[in-house]
Design a binder for this molecule. Structure first.
Ligand code: ADP
Length: 669
């Protein structure tokens, strides 16, 4: 017979036997006959085999479903009594977890006839029986299911950071998976109550401890899961961050109470953070939308009130004027009131249009050269006249040297008027308003930095309002109670314009004490001395200039559907001596152009039947070369572009002013 060498025998045994030891069952002392794999390291750490066996379980080498039977068996004292009684070979089967693999293993004990109280020596072996019994037990549905469920649990376990199975009857738990042992550092098996107690004390602060304690109370879990498959708590741990903890029912007893439950934990720090951020962003957006909406509603209510009031003045005064037409003084008084109301209306509309334009960045900031001290004098005169008609104590100081700068004087004045008129509006009579202009460092010799500071002793602005006053349409309630006219557009316009000049508008305020607005801008210093000449002609002079045209031989076609506007155009144009013909829509205009020769056509855009763009195109298609000037309230860049596209030559925004008529006539007649 062929003799196998000892090495070969050992090699053969090594393949299947994980461990073979000789052990004294009473003292636990043992000697290794064969160790392989990971046991090698482990076993060398222990002097007592019972300690090794306990550690073997608590380190999660035994599938949790077999832990009870394994522990029941792997007790050296019990093995000793069993062997004394039967002197037989005894063993237990269990599933071993090796990495992510599950294999059937047999834990067996052998002794020979000499085994006795005096000789408590036995051989313990752990042998892989997976291959041997696979065919045999594969036929059993149970095995398949168990293997499948292990695979499924393995897969599902990856969606949680840790899973423990809790046997609610015995109070024991076993680890199923733990992806991050540094964070969840609890023993693999043990008593759930003790584990939770220690884990919570270590990871949670007093503030949120109680919630987690209540949730993990193992005595009440079954009751809480009576009508539910799972329960969940999101908790914030001082050490671990946000963690979602869950109890999920595995099986129930005949009364429907949970027997085994999974305790599954998942770190949700980043998810929670995202959720919190998303929630905050949503809340912010909601509040902003709500605020904007209510600001708009208030604005519309106020606008329609203000507009109606002003329109009422216009219409009412015109009736009074008609009734008193023979009373020149009365009529003039009515006309001047109509004028004032009309101007205020125009101001409201302009503010609105301005803001829309500024917000869409379609406003141009002019780059004219102007003298800074002249500008200061102009503004001083304006604000003084403004303040003089009230009982305010007004002071005006400027420390800025006279330099020629490049910028948009009109727009700077617009910023300042908005601020100073607010100081005037929101400071009760007798209060003080102080206006100061000073230089601010710009860090560049070629740039003049300017601070415009307006301080008042008025009603002030509350903390809750101060964050909103630069939002369009926003008006403080106390301000609404005081001011007669307002639109909530002044400050947003001022701030937008200031930012377009490299600056901003800042505010400090205290309710009941007053407010301080600081607008600052930067202006390039002009290299040339040439200052643009300003148009300061009084209206009477302008009318005279208009009359100077004396174009008695010219004929203008005004295409305008609105009778009043047509009449205004007719009245103003006629002052120059031109003949004016009127068409009330596009069709009529085409007919008139076919039958007459005109020197200029002034074309409204929005008209019924046929609009100005179409009429212009048709006129051009007739081969008519007469200059056409769009005359419209649509004053955006896009409208101007569309007019040119339709074949028109120029654009004149309504309301038509004498200046505009002069420049158009100079150009086209
Ligand atoms: P309006 O004055 O037309 O209401 P603004 O945009 O100019 O609109 O101002 C917005 C709001 O800021 C005002 O309704 C008021 O509540 C507040 N406010 C502005 N200036 C002052 C000021 N000098 N004193 C007190 N409140 C002010």
């Amino acid at each position: 017979m062929m003799q196998l060498s000892q090495d070969k025998i050992i090699a053969f045994i090594s393949k299947r036997y994980y461990k073979v030891v000789e052990v004294n069952l009473l003292t636990g002392e043992f000697a290794e006959l064969k160790v392989s794999h990971d046991e090698l390291e482990m076993a060398s750490k222990y002097n007592n085999l019972q300690d090794w066996l306990d550690a073997f379980v608590s380190d999660g080498n035994v599938h949790y479903e077999d832990v009870n039977s394994f522990q029941e068996f792997a007790n050296l004292k019990k093995i000793y009594s069993n062997l004394l009684e039967n002197k037989n070979n005894i063993s237990v089967r269990y599933r071993r977890i090796i990495g992510s693999e599950l294999r059937w293993v047999k834990f067996g004990v052998l002794c020979d006839d000499s085994f006795s109280k005096e000789n408590p020596m036995a051989i313990i072996y752990i042998i892989d029986i997976d291959d041997d019994i696979r065919d045999e037990i594969y036929k059993h549905k149970e095995f398949k299911t168990q293997n499948y469920s292990f695979t499924i649990i393995e897969a599902l376990a990856k969606t949680y950071d840790c899973i423990y199975i809790n046997d609610l009857k015995s109070g024991k738990y076993f680890e199923v998976s733990n992806l991050d042992r540094t964070r969840i550092d609890v023993p693999k098996v043990g008593l759930a109550r003790e584990m939770f107690y220690e884990w919570i004390n270590k990871n949670f602060t007093d503030e949120n401890k109680q919630d987690v304690m209540d949730f993990t109370n193992i005595d009440t879990v079954a009751e809480r899961l009576k009508n539910r498959q799972s329960i969940n708590l999101g908790c914030n741990s001082s050490r671990l961050g946000w963690i979602s903890i869950n109890f999920i029912v595995v099986d129930r007893d005949e009364d429907g109470l949970a027997n085994n439950v999974l305790f599954a934990g998942k770190f949700i720090d980043s998810e929670k953070q995202r959720e919190i951020e998303a929630k905050e962003a949503l809340e912010e957006a909601y509040n902003a939308a709500r605020l904007a909406n209510s600001a708009k509603t208030n604005f519309l209510a106020r606008m329609s009130h203000d507009m109606r009031t002003l329109m009422n003045a216009v219409l009412g005064m015109s009736v009074i004027a008609q009734v008193n037409i023979d009373n020149k003084e009365k009529t003039l008084d009515c006309l001047s009131k109509i004028d004032a109301s009309g101007l205020l209306l125009l101001q409201l509309i302009n503010d609105l249009l301005d803001l829309t334009k500024i917000e869409s960045r379609s406003v141009n900031i002019n780059t004219d050269v102007f003298s800074f001290s002249e500008f200061v004098n102009d503004f001083k005169a304006y604000s003084k006249s403004f303040m003089d008609c009230s009982e305010h104590e007004f002071s005006f100081i400027s420390n800025v040297p006279d330099i020629k700068v490049i910028g948009d004087k009109r727009r700077i004045i617009q910023i300042l008027i908005n601020i100073v008129s607010n100081a005037h509006k929101y400071t009760p009579e007798g209060g003080k308003v102080r206006f100061e202009i000073s230089e601010r460092p710009s860090g560049d010799n070629g740039i003049l930095g300017v601070n415009f500071i307006c301080e008042d002793t008025g009603i002030g602005i509350s903390e809750e309002n101060i964050d909103h006053i630069f939002e369009p349409f926003y008006q403080g309630q106390d301000a609404l109670d005081i001011a007669q006219y307002g639109s909530g557009l002044g400050l947003p316009i001022a701030r937008n314009l200031a930012t377009m000049m490299g600056g901003d508008v800042l505010v400090e305020s205290e309710v009941g004490k007053g407010s301080k607005f600081t607008a600052y801008i930067y202006l390039p210093i002009a290299e040339t001395e040439e200052v643009k000449k300003e148009d300061k002609e009084p209206i009477v002079d302008k009318l005279e200039k208009l009359k100077e045209f004396e174009n008695t031989d010219k004929t203008i076609l005004v295409v305008e559907d609105n009778e009043i506007n047509a009449e205004i155009a007719n009245g103003l144009f006629s002052l120059t001596g031109v003949s004016v013909d009127i068409a009330y829509d596009g069709f009529e205009a085409i007919e008139k152009v076919k039958n007459n020769v005109y020197d200029l056509i002034c074309m409204d855009i929005r008209m019924p039947k046929m609009d100005g763009y179409e009429a212009a195109k048709k006129i051009r298609s007739l081969g008519v070369k007469t200059p056409i000037v769009a005359m419209t309230a649509n004053a955006y860049a896009e409208d101007i572009y569309n007019s040119f596209e339709a074949g028109m030559n120029d654009h004149m925004a309504k309301p038509i002013s004498i200046d505009k008529i002069i420049s158009i006539f100079e150009k086209w007649l």
